[in-house]
Design a binder for this molecule. Structure first.
Ligand SMILES: Nc1ncnc2c1ncn2[C@@H]1O[C@H](COP(=O)(O)OP(=O)(O)OP(=O)(O)O)[C@@H](O)[C@H]1O
Ligand SMILES: [Mg+2]
Length: 253
């Protein structure tokens, strides 16, 4: 399958001399579901920020390499322009507007695609609520009162509302009960299958991500050290122990 997203030899620095990413090369096929795995500080979020044009707000800099989307060089395209192209990034920490209702949070996504106002919104609500029925029941509740799982669903639902072509999700499972995290990954898989949009997830939970993704990359101290089909990676015994050190960040909160 043709690559929707192609990252070639990407290196990133923040301020000092250390490279946060060093020669990262990865592809997301059109309609594919890819997982980027790695421990704390490996450079997973940095990779997503580089793709979605957020690095300059973080004082990060692309030293070398290219990012292409559908054949077009997007390496230095600003984030609002990328969002208009349908490249949407659900950031780490399930960011929602706490004092706004679920519906208002969803509508905020229209700004991302440059379509102001509620035009066409009806069908989009149906689509989001089809995948996340829990949100339908809470549609008029303030987002700040939702459970952690529901807030994560809302953060993903908001991106979906903007009708993405490439959906990137940073640590969807963070701080959530295993059952809820599994549910969210199953929904992402369903969306990927039914909508044929391309998905790139970042995860510390290897087995969870590889159950939904077709292909995985392991990032270690800014470099890709391992990659393969999900089944192959899963079969590599002790992958999570070798690369990910076992401890999960969400236990620290
Ligand atoms: N804004 C920043 N300024 C300086 N250094 C940063 C910044 N953001 C990240 N870094 C550094 O870049 C490296 C990669 O960080 P990144 O956030 O991409 O890791 P990660 O794999 O997403 O980790 P985590 O699992 O903890 O979210 C780390 O060494 C981190 O300290
Ligand atoms: Mg991160």
């Amino acid at each position: 399958m043709a690559a929707a997203l192609e990252i070639a030899d990407l290196s990133v620095v923040y301020g000092g001399a250390n490279l946060a990413l060093e020669g990262v090369t990865l592809d997301v096929p059109e309609g594919g579901f890819v997982a980027l795995l790695g421990a704390n500080g490996a450079g997973k979020s940095t990779t997503l920020k580089a793709i979605s044009g957020l690095l300059r707000f973080e004082n990060g800099q692309i030293r070398k390499g290219h990012i292409r989307y559908m054949g077009e060089d997007i390496t230095r395209m600003p984030s609002h322009q990328l969002a208009r192209r349908g490249i949407l990034h659900v950031r780490e920490g399930r960011f929602v507007f706490p004092s706004m209702s679920v519906e208002e949070n969803l509508e905020a996504a229209l700004f991302a695609r440059g379509k102001r106002g509620p035009a066409l919104a009806g069908d989009r609500y149906e689509e989001v609520f089809h995948y996340f029925p829990a949100l339908r029941e809470r549609r008029r509740s303030q987002a700040g009162y939702l459970s952690g799982g529901e807030q994560q669903m809302l953060a993903i639902g908001r991106a979906l509302f903007a009708q993405p072509e490439l959906l990137m999700v940073d640590e969807a499972s963070l701080g959530l009960a295993p059952k809820i995290a599994a549910e969210i990954f199953a929904i992402l898989k369903q969306i990927n299958g039914e909508r044929r949009l391309s998905i790139l997830v970042v995860e510390q939970n290897v087995s969870l991500a590889l159950k939904s993704a077709e292909y995985g990359y392991v990032l270690e101290a800014g470099q890709i050290t391992e990659q393969g089909d999900s089944d192959t990676l899963m079969d590599r015994e002790n992958l999570s122990r070798r690369y990910l050190g076992g401890a999960r960040k969400d236990t620290e909160h």
